[in-house]
Structures are given as structure tokens and as C-alpha cells.
Design a protein around this ligand. Structure first.
Ligand code: AMP
Length: 122
């Protein structure tokens, strides 16, 4: 596993040291509203384990953690009623992915069109 900074903001949320607006939780996963929502639905889904990147989670997470994560994403899209209108899942990963918080997280955007996926570089 790559280095994990246990002082990152999501680690503090998981320890209950700072508040969050929880949407869904299961044994291995927490989903909460982004503090600066970019769409009417903007929820972050995080594994509770200490994984910095998607690769760390994919490689070092257990099958139980993986399935709990997938179930949590579906529970969020159900709870937010974005299934019929559509939604976008994004994981920013590492430097080129512009990942700001070094605890792997999936953004769930919905409730309004998310625009083109990514702008072509000039
Ligand atoms: P990323 O750029 O993919 O690392 O996204 C980090 C996200 O975390 C941003 O969308 C922030 O708005 C969000 N964020 C940062 N601090 C908090 C917090 N305390 N509670 C909820 N969301 C947060």
C-alpha cells in the first residue's frame, strides 16, 4: 500500500473528528455530501479502510470491502433518485487526476447534466 496520511480530512471524518452530512453507510463504506457541491447531487463515497488511491483500494482491499463499496454507490444513486435522469461517477486519482484529498473517493454527480466528460487539451 502506498503511504497513507492519517491526518487527511476524510480520515478525520471517519474518526468522527469533523462532521459530515452522511447519505449512506455500511460496514466498510461511508457516503456523505460534498462540502462544495458541483451539481444538485454531489456525494462522495469512500471506503473506511486507509487507501490513498483507487489502485491501493483495488489491490489491497478485500472482496467484502469492494462489494460494500459497489453496493454503497447503488444505494446513493437510489437514495438521491438520480437513476432515471442519469448521473456521473468520477474518481480523481493521483497528480494527473488532480486528486486533492489523499483518501480514495468516488464523486457521484447528478440532478443536472454533467456536461462533456473532459475538455480536449489544446
Ligand atoms: P478531489 O479533488 O477528487 O480530491 O475531491 C475532493 C473533494 O472533497 C472536493 O470536491 C471537496 O469539495 C471535498 N471536500 C473537502 N473537504 C470536505 C469536507 N470536509 N466534507 C465534504 N467534502 C469535502
Amino acid at each position: 500500500m502506498s503511504d497513507y496520511d492519517n491526518q487527511n480530512i476524510f480520515a478525520k471524518i471517519l474518526r468522527g473528528e469533523i462532521p459530515n452530512d452522511t447519505v449512506f453507510e455500511n460496514a466498510h463504506t461511508l457516503a456523505f455530501r460534498d462540502i462544495e457541491p458541483q451539481r444538485p447531487t454531489h456525494v462522495l463515497v469512500i471506503p473506511k479502510g486507509p487507501y490513498r488511491t483507487w489502485h491501493d483500494f483495488a489491490r489491497d482491499g478485500s472482496k467484502s470491502e469492494h462489494s460494500a463499496f459497489v453496493e454503497a454507490v447503488a444505494a446513493v444513486t437510489d437514495a438521491e433518485s438520480v437513476e432515471s435522469g442519469g448521473y456521473r461517477l468520477v474518481v480523481n486519482n493521483g497528480d494527473d487526476g488532480n486528486q486533492e484529498v489523499p483518501h480514495v473517493h468516488m464523486h457521484v454527480f447528478g440532478g443536472a447534466n454533467c456536461g462533456p466528460m473532459i475538455k480536449r487539451q489544446s
